[in-house]
Design a protein around this ligand. Structure first.
Ligand SMILES: *Cc1c(COP(=O)(O)O)cnc(C)c1O
Ligand SMILES: [Zn+2]
Length: 409
């Protein structure tokens, strides 16, 4: 949109012009923010202009980077519902617990928001070949949106990436490679191959637009809450674009004067204790996180041992008065079962980690019973068959069923 003024390094504030291809800041190798003329938007984009626009993330076009709407690459990124979950809430002693269910998006995770935007911008800027390291869902989303745009995608994933993610990438026509390392090792390969292979690196935060897509989570939930934000937002954190993007959205809405009471939520960055670099950095007061060696969690989206935007995550949670906290890896299955069985909401292992953190926040009386708490379900449980172990009792058709032996509750 004409409202973009420039791009700005999140670390050294170096400025770059919009409408050109950019990766990380060329001076300090850190991520770039997209900056808008919020004064102009404030004058020309009244809140009521939203009325009647289609219920997709593109309704916030004035706050998005795309110049020509004809370049939009979309699979219909629907507004995701905010579900009140009172039965689950009462398990924690909470009266106002809600889940924003991002599993409804194309490819079954919130990664669709970022990739819809990144691929749209890639198309607008004339890029043809896109590459990404992925813990799973980002690869699936890139492959799908690249196919939708008629662009080429290259995906590099750790060999323990959920099998569904491996297959969805192949089905969407990506060039997929399995790597015997972690996501940052895959990231190195994408960087190394750049000049020879001629691809553009769409890694988390290494291009400026995925975060603008993730930002729509914040814009959307603000509108859903009638511009009066909840007290707490719990978000599972890997590379951090979701949390950083939402915090950027709240800042922009504040500048537009759209937030009632100007109140913003406390942001909680949730990780598994199997891979919790942000929690360690938060607790030690550092602005950068150390790489976690031997990162190991079934919540594949959180298996990020080192994030290039670590300081942006930490700034956001500290500015908000929130925190970073981990939950035990061996409780993920318990929390998945609780949400899935008490409410029918199919939360992914990453979100199960948020429930484990919520449990601790309530027992430490950090979260009060009547506060409004929003937990993000970032992906569909159905994408993680590996995380659920079951053995079904068998019925043998050659024998009459002994109904008295079945348990009644
Ligand atoms: C990628 C991913 C995350 C982590 O998101 P970031 O914004 O990279 O921190 C959480 N949950 C799921 C399901 C994911 O795919
Ligand atoms: Zn810089």
């Amino acid at each position: 949109m004409p409202f973009v003024t420039h791009l700005e390094c999140a670390n050294c504030a170096a400025e770059y012009s919009a409408g050109e291809i950019h990766g990380l800041c060329t001076k300090c190798n850190r991520p770039l923010w997209v900056r808008y003329d919020l004064e102009l938007i404030r004058r020309e984009f009244p809140q009521k202009a939203l009325f009647g626009r289609p219920p997709t993330l593109w309704r916030y076009l004035e706050l998005l980077p795309v110049e020509d709407p004809l370049n939009i690459v979309s699979l219909t990124e629907t507004i995701t519902p905010i579900l009140p979950v009172n039965r689950l809430g009462s398990e924690f002693g909470l009266q106002n617990l809600m889940i924003k269910d991002e599993s409804r998006l194309p490819t079954g995770s919130f990664k669709a928001r970022g990739m819809a935007m990144a691929v749209t911008m890639a198309k607008e800027l004339g890029l043809k070949r896109l590459a990404v390291p992925t813990a799973g869902n980002a690869g699936g989303a890139l492959a799908a949106y690249a196919a939708r745009a008629g662009l080429e995608s290259w995906v590099f994933m750790p060999e323990d990436t959920p099998i569904i993610n491996q297959k969805e990438c192949v089905l969407h026509g990506a060039n997929v490679y399995s790597v015997n390392g972690l996501i940052d090792d895959c990231g190195k390969l994408v960087g190394e191959g750049k000049s020879e292979m001629g691809w553009f690196d769409v890694s988390t935060l290494k291009e400026p637009y995925r975060i603008e897509g993730k930002k729509t989570m914040g814009l959307e939930l603000a509108e859903q809450f009638d511009w009066e934000l909840p007290d707490w937002i719990l978000y599972p954190t890997g590379g951090g674009t979701g949390l950083i993007g939402m915090w950027k959205a709240f800042g922009e809405l504040e500048a537009l004067g759209w937030l009632k009471g100007g109140k913003k939520p406390k942001m909680v960055s949730c990780q598994s204790d199997g891979c919790d670099p942000m929690v360690r950095a938060f607790e030690s007061g550092a602005r950068h996180a150390k790489r976690v060696n031997n990162a190991c969690t079934i919540a594949s989206g959180l298996r990020v041992p080192k994030a290039v935007g670590d300081f942006m995550i930490l700034d956001a949670i500290r500015d908000s008065g929130g925190l970073a906290m981990s939950s035990p890896e061996n409780e993920i299955s318990k929390w998945m079962h609780l949400s899935n069985s008490t409410e029918g909401v199919a939360v992914c292992p990453e979100t199960a980690v948020c429930l484990g953190v919520l449990d601790q926040l309530v027992s430490q009386v950090k979260v009060k019973p009547n506060e409004r708490v929003l937990v993000f379900n970032t992906g569909a449980a159905q994408k993680y068959p590996e995380s659920v172990n079951i053995e079904l009792p068998k019925l043998d058709l050659s024998q009459p069923v002994d109904w008295a032996s079945l348990p009644l509750v």
